[in-house]
Each structure stands twice: as C-alpha cells, then as structure tokens.
Design a protein around this ligand. Structure first.
Ligand SMILES: Cc1cc2nc3c(=O)[nH]c(=O)nc-3n(C[C@H](O)[C@H](O)[C@H](O)COP(=O)(O)OP(=O)(O)OC[C@H]3O[C@@H](n4cnc5c(N)ncnc54)[C@H](O)[C@@H]3O)c2cc1C
Length: 431
C-alpha cells in the first residue's frame, strides 16, 4: 500500500459482510481499502434476508455474492411467537449461510482491488484529527480513516454497552425441502428459530441459561415442528442488543454489529450491516471531497446509529409474551384510497441537517417527522416539492394530477399523499 498517498488509504478491521460492503463502496469512490483479517473460522448458520434489504445489495453492487453463496428464495416466515398456532408472515426472504455470504462478498472486493492482510492480532489504532496510524506487518502505516467491522468484538470501538445478556446455541441438522420456511417460537425461558436451506437447516436456541441437548430436542419436536434428528452444535453467539458508545470519533467509524448489534429477533442485522456501510463510506468520502461539511457528516453518522438503536431498543422492550416479534415489513397506511380528504395543504416542519445525497453527506433542509426522524426523499421523490405544490389548500384531485406530471403513477401519487398525511407533512382543511 502506497503510504505517501495515504489520503485514499482506508484500514478496515474484519472480513465479514459489513467489511466487504464498506470496502466495495469505498473502492467505487477511488479509495484503497486494506482489510485486516485474524484468519479464524466463523461460526456458520443460515440467516434470512427480507426482500426489502435487497436494494442495499444492489446499491453496493454485492447482489452476485448472494448467488455465489447459494442464497435460496423462501416464501413467508412462520411466526409462532404468541402460541403454537403459527401465522405466516408474508413476504419473500433469501436464506443464505452467513460465512459463505461473507466469503463471497470478500472475494468480490478482492477482485475489485482491495487488499486483505492476515495476522493473529490486529494492532490498536492511533487516532489523530486528520488520519489514523496503525502497525501492519511490523510497519507503521497512515490511513485517512479506520473502519471497525469486527462485529460484536468491536475491536476499535470500545467501550460498548449491552441490553440484557442472552446467548444463542446454534445447531445444524439435515435439510428438508418441505421445511425451508423460517419459524420462530417462544418457550419457557427463551425463544428459538429454525431456518432452512435445501441441504441444511439451522436451529437457534436463545436463552440466558444453558439449554440441555434434551430440552433442545423437545423444542425442536414440539415447537419448531421438526422430526427428531441428530443435531450438530455449530457454536454459541451472543444475541443481546449491543452498541458502541461512540460509533464515530475523529477518523474512526464502526459499521455493522461493531456499531450496533441487533437482537436476531428483529431480522435486521444484515440490513444494518449494509446500510451503515453505505452511510460510513459516504461520510469518509465527504471528509475527503467536501471538508467544509466534515462535522455535519460526522454528526449525521452518529445520529443515524443513535436513532436505529433507540428504535430497536424500544421494539425489544415492547416485546411481551403476547406480542408478535417486530415485523420487517413497512407499516401499512390507515388512509384508504376512498378516505383521502378532498383538500390538503402543507404543514411539514423543516430543519437543517446532514443528509445522505448521491453518496455524499450534504448540509441541507429536511422534514422533521413526528417520531423525530428527518427525511428529505421518499424513494426518488423530493418531499419538499410538497411545500411548493401545497403552500395553500388545494384539491387533492389536482395535486394527484400534478404529481402524475412528475412521472409518478396514480398508485404512487396516492401512496405519497397518504404517507404525507400520516406524518403531518400534509393536513386537510376538510371538516
Ligand atoms: C443467532 C443469530 C442469528 C442471526 N440471524 C440473522 C438473520 O436471520 N438475519 C439477519 O439479517 N441478521 C441475523 N443476525 C445478525 C447478523 O448475523 C449480523 O448482524 C451480521 O452478521 C453482522 O455483520 P458484521 O460484518 O457486522 O459482523 P460479523 O459477521 O460478526 O463479522 C465480523 C468480522 O470481524 C472479524 N473479527 C471479529 N473479532 C475480531 C478481532 N478481535 N480481530 C480481528 N477480526 C475480528 C470476524 O472474524 C469477522 O470477519 C443473526 C445474529 C445472531 C447472533
């Protein structure tokens, strides 16, 4: 790695999915990522990725990794959280073995030009205002930034905090073509899940106590609806929500589980590994390309991780025996087409903030939502256009016409208006 041109050198600790994602994005922005691996095998296991997260694989140009890792489409998810009578949660999921996915993604970034160095231990960082220094192979090197992608180890991002303390025992058993769909259940003292691929099935048993092999067999038979078969222990993984107190500090950022590890019950870990990597790469690029916006970029990332953490912890706290686990699908609107008001006007509140726009963080105006989040766009639509269109009360029908002139379909225009009404960006003057 060329040390004289260190402004484009980025050190990344870890070789998991978040490391691959951030490296991929940085490569496309002209950076030179150096990934540091400790060369140890990972705990295997099948994981489920909701279809909604696939746009992130696309944005990161990592979709081929899903095929390379033999990702398998599965329809629906059995939610038997409240009782043994399972409700099928609709939607499509890709089931994939986690270490195969990470390896495929890392192979892709190596192919694109990233370097991977293996060593037993990774040196501590010396973080400075404008750069970081790190010993690699006995030589001190300078980097524009260091990214901690070491998962729950959070090697460079200590101190961390945890919410509760639970462990998952992860088992593998033989695959069954008829039992591919995921299933989640509660048992006295914990919860369990199964996730299938044609040639293997993962069973996870989560509890704050050790669950004996016999108890696991009972849970498998009675709650997970699996035949009694031989189980092979793959390993134990912590599952409680965990986060770095400072996910960004000077030139060091944490991504994926190192920044915020979700409870697997949310099914959001992979999505966050990718979305935080996309955001972190935009922050590093902003530091280099728009130094005037540097502090806003740093603040943007801190707030992004903080908001995700608060949302997740509140979901976890609201989980009680009778409530279903949080859905990974977006909430449905309570405004039906027929119930749209006849007139609407703009009532959004705006605030200046750092926002992700085209791969950079820009200081700009955004709309404050009732839940405290700030947004500027819904899909490709700039929400501030609503202020322009509806500064005075106007007929909803004519607003729909105007939105259609912006190349939105009728359905998209109706959805957008409903979405804005539900979030007080639009209000109605109807009685
Ligand atoms: C039981 C369980 C089931 C889950 N199921 C799902 C699911 O179905 N869907 C979903 O979306 N998410 C799921 N998750 C969450 C998901 O696994 C993680 O969010 C995701 O793997 C995070 O990726 P990462 O790259 O940040 O971390 P990891 O995948 O943990 O990668 C960390 C990398 O850092 C390296 N590393 C670690 N420590 C050190 C060190 N000290 N020095 C150097 N390198 C180090 C590791 O070797 C690895 O390369 C589950 C989690 C658990 C625990």
């Amino acid at each position: 790695m060329n040390s004289s041109n260190w402004e484009n050198n980025i050190a990344i600790a870890g070789v998991g999915l978040a490391a691959a994602a951030v490296a991929m994005r940085l490569l496309s922005c002209g950076f030179r990522p150096l990934l540091l691996s400790r060369g140890l095998p990972e705990i295997k296991g099948v994981e489920a990725i909701p279809e909604s997260a696939l746009r992130l694989f696309d944005a990161l140009e990592l979709t081929p990794a899903l095929q390379m890792a033999d990702g398998f489409w599965v329809e629906g998810f059995e939610n038997a959280w409240a009782s043994n009578e399972s409700a099928i949660r609709p939607g499509r999921y890709i089931h994939v073995e986690r270490s195969s996915l990470a390896q495929a993604a890392i192979a892709m970034v190596i192919h694109q030009g990233a370097t991977v160095v293996s060593s037993n231990t990774i040196a501590p960082l010396v973080v400075e205002k404008e750069s970081v220094r790190l010993m690699v192979g006995g030589v001190e090197q300078r980097f524009a930034a260091a990214i901690d992608a070491t998962g729950r180890s959070a090697l460079w991002s200590r101190p961390i905090k945890r919410h509760q303390r639970q462990m998952a025992q992860i088992f593998s058993t033989s695959g069954n073509e008829n039992l591919l769909r995921g299933r989640i259940v509660q048992f006295l003292g914990g919860w369990a899940y199964r996730l299938g691929l044609p040639d293997t099935m993962t069973v996870g048993v989560v509890s704050s106590h050790h669950t004996s092999y016999e108890q696991v067999q009972d849970i498998m038979r009675e709650s997970l609806c699996l035949p009694s078969t031989q189980l092979h222990l793959l390993g134990r993984r912590p599952v409680s929500p965990q986060w770095a107190e400072e996910p960004i500090q000077d030139r060091r950022l944490a991504v994926g589980d190192a920044a915020l590890a979700y409870s697997p019950i949310a099914g959001q870990g992979i999505r966050f590994a990718l979305s935080s990597s996309l955001a972190a790469a935009a922050v590093v690029r902003t530091w280099r390309d728009s130094p005037a916006e540097r502090d806003y970029a740093t603040q943007y990332y801190r707030e992004l991780v903080g908001a995700e953490r608060l949302r997740h912890l509140s979901n976890i706290d609201s989980l009680s025996v009778n409530q279903p686990p949080p859905s990974t699908n977006p909430t449905q609107s309570s405004f039906s087409n027929a119930s749209l008001p006849s007139t609407v006007y703009y009532t959004g509140q705006t605030k200046m903030t750092g926002l992700y726009i085209n791969g950079l963080i820009k200081y700009t105006e955004a709309i404050a939502l009732p839940d405290g989040n700030l947004v500027r766009r819904l899909g490709n639509f700039d929400l501030l256009t609503m202020r322009e269109f509806c500064i005075a009360p106007r007929a909803t029908a004519s607003l729909i016409e105007q939105l259609r002139g912006q190349l939105l379909s009728q359905t998209e225009a109706l959805y957008l208006i409903r979405w804005c009404l539900e979030r007080n960006i639009l209000s109605t003057a109807d009685l």
